[in-house]
Write a protein that binds this ligand. Structure first.
Ligand SMILES: [Zn+2]
Length: 423
């Protein structure tokens, strides 16, 4: 197969050049301008398109085992491939929770059988995310998890947090903190501010997040372990992370498209579909997330892909589950918001979406060079499209982006040498 006339962008080798790419039996065998096609060779005309390393989304909920009516490993990884995402880090809040070696091994068997892209696993910090008993973290590390988190909950016990940090530190694993102070959240459903007051919905103030971010930074500092703040959403939390980084601590953070593309005004039109935890906040917080990505304080773009059925998301906003689907939309949303607007180069976007998440997790970074197996995405930045939930590959159609126009779409995705998505 010959990909012709693409602009190859691979910042891991400082490559940004118009090239052809020849792939034979899944391996990249030539990267050079003006390659001529062999007889019978399939030609992919890619003039005006980018070829990027496959993306890695380090925050997805695949829902299997136990919640397959929302998503499963096959549908979730097909959605990832649709979005140019060739690797995901799956959160452990399945049913059962990923909390022991046996469960890790069960999920690994399912992945080997069904996944269309790379799936790496997290283990929970506490059993059932209940915060009452530590999970079998050392055993799970031995079985192959690459991070720990109680995502969906915060581990409120400082003792458990310190014990968890001490277990992971020698392995250079990262603890991913879903930062939510359960002592003060008090049933809020949306960001606390003008919009929540206007709609008469109980709000979630910024302190709910930044109290825990500050606590977790202090605990990480005590133990020397790596801390990663999940789906960071407030000005105060980002300032705390920036300050910790200035002091040389191994603290990182990730942000989601809904936290830099949208403000809580979206609640007026999308309603419950914009209910997510942490909430979509006001403009000052949205701008802070954007600034954190621009100045490098936040090093990864993730989706917090959280599929639910539309039935579950309907009705009483307090009863509807938190969460937005969208592993397949992140590249178009991020490209439109940051690159099309001239705020970031495509090269920087690739660092945020493909390179830095893998580096943080000590995973191999795919490169577009001779000898590598094809792990790449062909992205056409020149098309405009309207986002429709009905077009989505994911079983979760719960998005607040319905009807939004974005620039760019994935034309083909290759993972492990194979085409895993083609438009
Ligand atoms: Zn979370």
């Amino acid at each position: 197969m010959l990909i012709k006339n693409a602009t190859v962008v691979d910042p891991s080798q400082a490559l940004h050049q118009k090239c052809d790419i020849r792939i034979v039996e899944g391996a990249i065998v030539e990267v050079a301008p003006m390659l001529s096609a062999a007889a019978d060779e399939r030609i992919i005309e890619a003039a005006g398109n980018y070829v990027l390393p496959g993306l890695f989304d380090m925050h997805v909920h695949l829902r299997e085992p136990g919640q397959e009516h929302k998503e499963d490993i096959a549908s979730g990884t097909a959605a990832a491939a649709r979005g140019g995402v060739t690797g995901v880090l799956a959160m452990p809040n399945t049913t059962p929770t990923v909390e022991s070696r046996a469960i890790v091994e069960d999920v690994q068997r399912r992945i080997a059988e069904k996944a269309k892209v790379q799936v790496e696993l997290t283990g929970s910090i506490t059993k059932g995310l209940r915060g009452e008993e530590l999970s079998d973290i050392a055993e799970m590390i031995d079985a192959g998890i690459i991070a720990i988190t109680d995502d969906g909950r915060t581990t409120m016990s400082e003792d458990f947090m310190i014990q968890a940090y001490q277990i992971i530190e020698p392995h250079d694993l990262v603890l991913i903190s879903h930062s939510e102070d359960h002592d003060i959240v008090d049933g809020g459903a949306v960001h606390a501010g003008k919009v929540s007051a206007d709609l008469g919905i109980k709000g979630i103030p910024p302190e709910v997040e930044c109290n825990i971010v500050k606590r977790d930074i202090a605990l990480a500092e005590q133990t020397g372990a790596k801390l990663h703040i999940a789906h960071i959403s407030t000005k105060q939390s980002i300032a705390a992370v920036r300050d910790a980084q200035k002091r040389g601590l191994p603290i990182t953070a990730e942000a989601c498209p809904h936290h830099f593309c949208l403000t809580d005004e979206i609640l007026y039109t999308a309603g419950n579909l914009a209910k997510v935890n942490p909430p979509i906040r006001s403009e000052e917080h949205r701008a802070a997330v954007e600034a954190g990505l621009l100045d490098g304080t936040i090093s990864c773009i993730v989706t917090d892909h959280a599929p639910h059925t539309l039935e579950e998301k309907a009705g009483d906003i307090y009863k509807a589950p938190f969460g937005i689907s969208g592993v397949e939309l992140s590249l178009s949303l991020s490209y439109t918001h940051f690159v099309k607007s001239g705020k970031l180069t495509i090269d920087r976007l690739v660092e945020l979406m493909a390179i830095q998440p893998r580096q943080l997790l000590n995973l191999k970074v795919p490169q577009i060079k001779v000898g590598e197996s094809a792990n790449l995405v062909i992205f056409n930045p020149n098309v405009e499209r309207v986002i429709r939930a009905a077009d989505m590959v994911s079983r979760g159609k719960n998005i607040p982006y319905e009807g939004m126009t974005v620039s760019g779409d994935v034309k083909m995705t290759f993972y492990d040498g194979a085409v895993v998505y083609e438009e």
